[in-house]
Design a protein around this ligand. Structure first.
Ligand code: SAH
Ligand code: DHB
Ligand code: MG
Length: 221
């Protein structure tokens, strides 16, 4: 099975390059115990987010879609003391589990976890004039991806990165026969990014423990 091979290579990458201190075993175990869907980013992907954030010296990060806080914690480790990850989660139970995981990893002071639908919380964040973000990670309900991208752009500084998860969906993005919310959301996102002169962007397909999918990465000019 190809998928088994993908998982084996992800395990190999993680065992070679991701230390036990980084691996968040307790977070993943808590998420499994609480029956959260295993739709967090994979360990190699989490470390990629961390490295991107470190590479641009990100101090303020916006995340949409917290789940159990796995990606949040990777990002929180990148911002350093005094940095902040503002993360939005619509499901209070997910948020509660995330809060415990974030505390367990010792990064609560760097995380501002807000409960609610992102499209309700984003205007509030804008009104707070909370300062511009260095990086945004969009990973929530896929039909709203273009709207989230527009907000992320509005809230970002020049040179910021906007990363969107799940833009390939097993190839559905490029298959006109696929018209589910995920596929339509991904295509709407690509169209919005393509039409947006204020960013330069690409997308990369990924295979691994989370199947065949991909990230869109945009840089604000
Ligand atoms: N980023 C996480 C995974 C997020 S899974 C990680 O990699 O670890 C997607 C999450 O988005 C789920 O927890 C879901 O409840 C949340 N979500 C879905 N719709 C949302 C919305 N409208 N606003 C905020 N969060 C939402
Ligand atoms: C789903 C959501 C995700 O963020 C992901 O990475 C994989 C799947 C989903 O809603 O099915
Ligand atoms: Mg995702």
């Amino acid at each position: 099975m190809v998928e088994e091979n993908w998982r084996r290579v992800d395990d190999y990458i993680a065992s070679a390059l991701i230390s036990k201190e980084e691996a968040q075993e307790a977070t993943l175990a808590a998420n499994a115990r609480e029956n959260l869907p295993a739709i967090d980013v994979s360990p190699p992907q989490g470390k990629l987010l961390h490295l991107l954030a470190c590479a641009i010296g990100a101090k303020r990060i916006l995340e949409i879609g917290t789940l159990g806080g796995y990606s949040t914690i990777w990002l929180a480790r990148a911002v350093g003391d005094g940095g902040k990850v503002v993360t939005f989660e619509v499901d209070p139970r997910h948020a509660e589990i995330a809060r415990a995981n974030i505390a367990h990893e010792g990064v609560s002071a760097r995380v501002d976890l807000r409960i609610g639908a992102a499209l309700d919380l984003l205007p509030q964040l804008e009104a707070e004039r909370a300062g511009s973000f260095d990086l945004a990670f969009i990973d929530a309900d896929k039909p709203n991806n273009a709207a989230y991208f527009a907000y992320a752009l509005k809230l970002s500084r020049p040179g910021a990165l906007i990363v969107v998860d799940n833009v390939v969906r097993e190839g559905a993005v490029a298959d006109p026969a696929k018209t589910d919310g995920g596929a339509l959301g991904a295509r709407a996102l690509f169209e919005a990014v393509a039409a947006e002169k204020r960013v330069e962007a690409t997308a990369v397909q990924t295979v691994g423990a989370k199947g065949w999918d991909g990230f869109l990465i945009a840089r604000v000019k």
